[in-house]
Structures are given as structure tokens and as C-alpha cells.
Design a protein around this ligand. Sequence first.
Ligand code: Q46
Ligand code: ZN
Length: 287
Amino acid sequence: MRCRCGRRAVFHSKVYKVTLCDECYPNFYVEIVGRSVKRYKILRRSERILACVSGGKDSCAMAYALKRLEYKFELFHIDLGIGRYSRECLRSVEELSEFLDVNLNVVRLEDYGFTIEDVDRRKVCSACGTAKRYLMNVFARLNGFDVVATAHTCEDIINFFIKNMLSGNVEYISKLKPRIDSFDKLVAKSKPLFDRTEKENATLVLTLNLPFTSIECPHAPHDVWKEIIYDVELRKKGFKQNFVRSIAKLANFIRLDWNLGHCKICGEVSNSEVCSFCKLRLRYGKG
Ligand code: Q46
Ligand code: ZN
């Protein structure tokens, strides 16, 4: 297959009806990210953005798009202390920061008294999610950032949607908006890649040879829903992107009625007397 410019194609999409080479694809990718960011009002030109990068392909693609779209942003990485995986992730984000010429901020979970390796095996991903959400919010607010950007893809969002629908947590769907504005001590959250697929992100980082790690976290669970989502897409082209855009619309109609107060230890927003992050520190922290 050939690109419209005549070069050998690296990307073909029936959804967009395009066939593109390695030179035309990055421009196309940046254009579709920019279009969604504008259409769904995900980011504002005046904002200082804290772009959370894990070292993987998706956040690497997000940082590249933000740079090309000329948003004001810095990178943010949390060293989770997961052995070789975390060392590789840190190396990749340092290279990415150099490549894009964008400042990198690193926070080490160890500095809060524990690492992900200290957490009970059955609770490791939920503790990891708690730590990431807490640290990115506190860092952003204390350092004057207006909005946090995370690289959730359409597969992540559909996955979260299905799991919460099946467990009856319908109100959690409101968290799936492409942008959630700031509230109390919570900085605004944004998902600039909410309607991008993992394949689109992977094609970008591979064609440009951007620095990222493909090592998987040793705690990553086998996710059967992701497989099902891929399977549906194979049978019905465009399913993922059409579905995720409908989720974004639906999320606007659902209200999450938190009974929010403040943690009596750290003072951050919490729906219980002690926030989930302080509970982790109390349970696993060493001093
Ligand atoms: S949650 Fe779980 Fe991931 Fe944290 S412990 Fe690894 S797999 S890194 S996105
Ligand atoms: Zn707390």
C-alpha cells in the first residue's frame, strides 16, 4: 500500500479512510489530537499543563503532540520503586525530556515512606492508582499548574466504563469526561488522547523513533476486557472511537455526589476522615 505522497505506507485506517507513510503520519496524528482537544475543550492555550508520563508509548505520544501543538507544559513522572521496570521507565522519560526539550519533574514514592513493592500483592494496582492520583494532584497544585494531562486511551476508557457498569458504579462514569474542571483542592484533569487508540499511539512513537519503554509492569493483570474490546473492533471497525465519544457525552449527564471533606492528616480532599494515600502511608510507610 502507498501513501497519498507515493511513499510506502505505515498506517492504514478504514475509520479515517487514510493510508499514510512515516512522514505524513505524524502530521495526521497531531492534527487529529488537536481537533479533539479543541472540539471537547480539553485544554486551554493560557493554561500551564502538567503532562504525566510513565515511560510507555501512550504518554510519550501525548507529550509529542502537546509539543507540536505548542501548549505550555512540563513533564511529570512518579518513580514507583518497582525494580527494573521503574528504572527503565525513568530512563525513558529522561530521554523524552531531552528529546522534546521540556522540563521533567520526578517524584519518588519512596520519599513518602513506601514503594509499590511494599504493598500487599492483591491490592497493588489499586494502591498504585491512589498514589498516582494523589501525587499528581498535589504536585500540580503546589507548583502552580492549572491542569493535569494523562494519556488514557479509548481502550482504557471503554474498559473502565464496562467494569463500572457491570459493578453498578454508574456514578463513576462521570469521571470519564475528557476534561474535569478544578474543584476545591483538586486541580483540573484532562485526557487529550481519550479518543486515540493504542495502535495510533504506537505507530507514532515507532515511526518517529521516540524514546519509550515497552517493558510491562510485572504487576500488570491479565485483562480480559481489553481483549474483548479489541475483538469487537476487529468485527466492527470504528467501534472503539464511536463508543468512547458517546461515553464522553453520557458522562456529562451523570453527577458524582461525593460527600467530600478533608483528610485530617494531610488536609487533601477526601471522602473519609483519613484519605486513601495517608492510609497507605500508615499501613506500609517506614517512618
Ligand atoms: S497500576 Fe498496576 Fe500499572 Fe501500577 S502496579 Fe503496575 S500495573 S504500574 S498502569
Ligand atoms: Zn491524607
